[in-house]
Design a binder for this molecule. Sequence first.
Ligand SMILES: Nc1ncnc2c1ncn2[C@@H]1O[C@H](COP(=O)(O)OP(=O)(O)OP(=O)(O)O)[C@@H](O)[C@H]1O
Ligand SMILES: [Mg+2]
Length: 498
Amino acid sequence: MRELLTLKNIVKTFPGVLALDDMNFDLREGEIHAICGENGAGKSTLMKIVTGVYKPDSGEIVVAGEPVSFDDPNEAFAKGIAIIYQETSLFEEMTILENIFLGHERMKKAGPLTFIDYGKMRQEALEIFKIMDVELDLDERAKNLGMAQKQMVEIAKALSHHSKILILDEPTASLTQREVEALFGIVRSLKEQGVAIAYISHRLEEIFELCDRVTVIRDGKYISTKDVATTNKDELVADMVGRSMDNYYPKAEVQIGGELIRVEHLNQEGILQDVNFHINKGEIVGFSGLAGAGRTELALAICGFTKIDSGDIYMEGKKVRIHNYRDALNAGFVYVSEDRGKYGLVIEMSVKQNITMPQLANMRSGIFLDNKKELALAGRYIKEFGIKCPEEDFLTENLSGGNQQKVSVSKAIAMAPKLLILDEPTRGVDVGSKAEIHGIVSQLAEQGTTIFMISSEMPELIGMCDRIYIMKNGTVAGEVGRAEATQEKILKVALHVD
Ligand SMILES: Nc1ncnc2c1ncn2[C@@H]1O[C@H](COP(=O)(O)OP(=O)(O)OP(=O)(O)O)[C@@H](O)[C@H]1O
Ligand SMILES: [Mg+2]
């Protein structure tokens, strides 16, 4: 198969960071090539170099045999290279059609004048949707679309450029199982048509399901390229983390205490129906269910982000009233959102500021902030979580995606909550760091913290939780204990139709 993209000896530095160090990669026509590596290994940076977002310090980019150098993303687009980021880049107020052809509208001439040819664009867009086998209203505004639909539009946009090289950077992190299947269908059909696809993901099962080859990158350096058919998870993980791993879910046996929180008959019109549950001290309780089952909505409601219509919350047997997040914090709750940009981090601030922000009261000497105290607290978490940054004052937005997630979790833990509510705590986090976060959560539970954990990864819930509630249609539909928890049991309740 023809090589469509070759990267040779790529070096890229940022102030204080050697992000890519003599990295090599090649991509063939009609293959799906996974790129794997720990958080901060340099995967996204490498792809940003391919798409003209960054210029390498040195090294060579060859597209279909021709050496190229891109000054901006449009030049890469013109060479047939498209990327789909985890966060979509659509213009919310524009329609699907406008978004697809933005910057390369089809034109028609009428005498001396040129017009945008909406008819032609519409026809082309429908043809693309047909290839993709999706049905979307071209006149719908982007802001009314779900995450998965937005991604479909991004893919359509890539196809409208007749891209021969498509890069997907963690495309499935916020998709439901069904949406993932639809995406895989499209990716496979593009491969059939000869498109070369680079696929970044921390979900190793996806790599074995979808990809042909896998390249591993560690600390910015090229480690290996293997055929997926002849390697396995253990080998891949060892290449990624530089050692072999056996314990992904280091859950300690904990003496579980008395009841910490009890929620009774909680209702929120159209969203939550008569939700009842309790969690004991030191217990890790999982919330499973399909997307839309009401798990995040439940977390937001008990934390006072949204208003409940009726229902009671008891802490250690005493009724508490929670009207806003401040009340929830006072009751000892801390929420770590699945959407770290929305409720978690201020990415324009430093790692130190983010971690210490909720505790400024403890960070003072007299009336002044004590930088030494702040540095000590931030430094402790940076070390404990292995957050990859050159210094405590590093801007959070310059961290890799997975490292931002680690800051979000550390910030919450630093607040020493009684009830820690984790919503998809390991989304976008690499295998090694996942195990570290699991270890830290388990330790917290040992020290008496109570954990409410939402996750779409069933092995994570089964591996970490003492008990799992299964939600469906906005209510708790079932419960399984650690000893009898299996994927089948959970799915049976989650999917049960009455
Ligand atoms: N604009 C920037 N300024 C400074 N450092 C940066 C910038 N962009 C990336 N980095 C650093 O470069 C390194 C590689 O980051 P990159 O985002 O490529 O990692 P990644 O492999 O995609 O990780 P993840 O799996 O967490 O997404 C990290 O140490 C990151 O902090
Ligand atoms: Mg990345």
